[in-house]
Design a protein around this ligand. Structure first.
Ligand code: SF4
Ligand code: SF4
Length: 70
């Protein structure tokens, strides 16, 4: 299984990761705000994640870490 971790305190809710993920709905917004007042992206279901790393590459805040086959 692959793992995608979002540092919720670094996220500024730009939604790039949501839009660029080729699997569509893997990353969704949290229902609670972080310390900056943003609703951070969240990795909610890794079933379809192919660990392509696109989400991490497009994140302007460097908030996403992708780990393959852990
Ligand atoms: S690694 Fe690729 S498939 Fe997995 S959540 Fe990120 S963009 Fe989507
Ligand atoms: S790309 Fe980064 S800053 Fe933008 S919503 Fe996703 S995790 Fe947050």
């Amino acid at each position: 299984m692959n793992r995608v971790t979002v540092d919720r305190e670094m996220c500024k809710e730009c939604e790039y990761c949501l839009h660029f993920c080729p699997k569509g709905t893997i990353l969704k917004k949290s229902t609670t705000v972080n310390k900056m007042g943003y609703y951070p992206a969240e990795a909610v279901d890794m079933t379809d994640c192919i660990a392509c790393g696109i989400c991490a590459s497009v994140c302007p805040e460097g908030a996403i870490t992708v780990e393959k086959n852990i």
